[in-house]
Design a protein around this ligand. Structure first.
Ligand SMILES: [Zn+2]
Length: 206
């Protein structure tokens, strides 16, 4: 792990985060998958920026490795959501895009979609508290915690345009996401149409 470059530590550290945050908003969440996911989220939020800053910080590396490992368990108890379908479509059409970087690019708008629909407010508040906003009392607090962690890890400004994306390919990406991994849409806390997915891609586009 010590030789993994800083930016890949950040990208895949966020992949770890999203495996767990997707489980947390899933229709299939259960007592065990929630306990595991919250523990993993707590560790990523507390240690990822340290691992990104200094790859030889073995205490930070250990906590991220723990979160990554238990994410593998909780993902087998509860399906992840369409955020992963959407990113797999992005990397399928643009092979130079690392998985974690693609997830980071769409994450704010993906979660904002469900925040605006108020379909799992309490779960967002729980995650925000776990990520360090102790007095969190509204679902938007999760978005705040997510963006703060992106800033702390230097990945708050990744651009789809730098990987060759055009804004008008959003529907191609949306159709690709559903045809490749439509099953994950059943895990979303409410319906998400291809038009909704296009909206998320377009708002994420820079
Ligand atoms: Zn992933």
């Amino acid at each position: 792990m010590k030789t993994v470059p800083s930016k890949y530590t950040a990208y895949q550290g966020f992949d770890v985060l999203f495996h767990n945050t997707e489980v947390m908003i899933s229709t299939g969440l259960n007592l065990l998958s929630e306990a595991i996911a919250l523990s993993a989220i707590e560790n990523v939020a507390a240690y990822l920026s340290r691992a990104v800053r200094d790859g030889s910080d073995m205490e930070a590396r250990e906590h991220i490795a723990y979160a990554s490992t238990v994410a593998g368990i909780t993902m087998n108890l509860t399906l992840t959501t369409a955020e992963h379908s959407m990113e797999h479509s992005m990397s399928a059409y643009h092979h130079n895009l690392p998985h974690g970087a693609g997830l980071i690019m769409i994450s704010k708008e993906f979660y904002q979609f469900f925040v605006d629909k108020h379909v799992c407010d309490e779960r967002f508040i729980k995650m925000a508290k776990t990520m360090g906003i102790k007095n969190a009392d509204k679902p938007e607090d999760f978005i705040t915690a997510l963006v703060e962690l992106q800033k702390a890890c230097g990945v708050d400004n990744l651009k789809m345009s730098e990987y060759g994306f055009e804004k008008d390919e959003a529907m191609t990406l949306a159709r690709g996401a559903r045809s490749m991994q439509g099953l994950l849409y059943t895990s979303n806390p409410c319906e998400m149409t291809d038009e909704d997915v296009v909206g998320i891609f377009e708002k994420s586009y820079h």
